[in-house]
Ligand binder design. Structure first.
Ligand SMILES: [Zn+2]
Length: 264
């Protein structure tokens, strides 16, 4: 069975292969049981270690929500899905393309199971983690499937026209934290606006802004994708070109994956 010995087999393909062979049961097996069962069922075959790691990562994504909730499992599962080798020794950064491809695979797996258990949304923790890595790479706009992190990459904030305060958006209620005394620790209102200030109409005069404006990148990405324009070398173009490369990487893996799934 070539897909079990090929170090590049997609985790989604491995997920469907194991489910076809063993039903949903295999997702609960430990590494050794999974390896031995597959090797017994394919005499003479030596299971690739990377393939085994990808299977285990796919099983974790299928059965638990940690990939969608905490940055550490997210980090190691991206490593396992993409390279087949999670390691705690090197906290290497993931490229935007690798995060796109891993998230795309994870969504594919969870959407397949969505009749059994709904797919969770990504938490703010994951969004911040993804945005921080993207910003390190000079990418400040994130299209699907990383769009959940795009507001953080763009550093979406608000500005209060009354008091001049500029800050991160804590609640999406459009109110200024300072004018409404949201973080007034004396009152211990658990980060709720003071009703008295809100009743007086204070804190409403806010506007949303992006520290890293994204509209230019969106326009340039679209133009480059349509081949409607040549690379112009502006900052927006450089960011759009990086995104184009990331999307190409994800799409390449998608194509390989979809071909292999059809052949199962
Ligand atoms: Zn204010």
């Amino acid at each position: 069975m070539k897909l079990l010995t090929d170090d590049t087999t997609s985790p989604v393909v491995l997920f469907f292969y194991c489910t076809k062979m063993y039903g949903h049961e295999w997702m609960k097996w430990g590494p050794e049981v999974l390896r031995r069962t597959l090797e017994i069922d394919h005499p003479g075959m030596v299971l690739s270690k990377k393939v085994l790691n990808r299977m285990l990562a796919a099983a974790v994504i299928a059965t638990r929500d940690s990939f969608f909730e905490d940055w550490e499992p997210f980090h190691f599962l991206v490593q396992a899905l993409i390279f087949g080798t999670p390691t705690a020794e090197t906290m290497q950064e993931h490229s935007v393309g690798e995060m796109m491809a891993a998230v795309d695979d994870a969504i594919y797996i969870r959407d397949h199971l969505s009749k059994l258990v709904p797919r969770p949304s990504f938490t703010d923790t994951i969004a911040r983690y993804v945005a921080a890595q993207a910003l390190n790479q000079g990418v400040w706009y994130l299209p699907a499937p990383l769009d959940f992190a795009s507001d953080h990459a763009g550093m979406k904030r608000y500005h209060c026209r009354d008091c001049g305060h500029e800050g991160e958006i804590f609640e999406h209620d459009g109110l200024c934290d300072v004018c409404t005394e949201r973080f007034d620790t004396d009152s211990l209102r658990s980060f709720k606006p003071n009703p008295a200030t809100v009743a007086r109409g204070l804190g409403h005069n806010t506007q949303i802004l992006y520290k890293n404006p994204q509209d230019g990148v969106k326009v340039r990405l679209h133009a480059l994708q349509q081949n409607a324009s040549a690379f112009a070398g502006t900052q927006d173009d450089v960011c759009a070109a990086k995104l184009l490369e990331a999307i190409d990487y994800m799409n390449y893996r998608r194509t390989q994956r979809d071909l292999a799934i059809r052949g199962l």
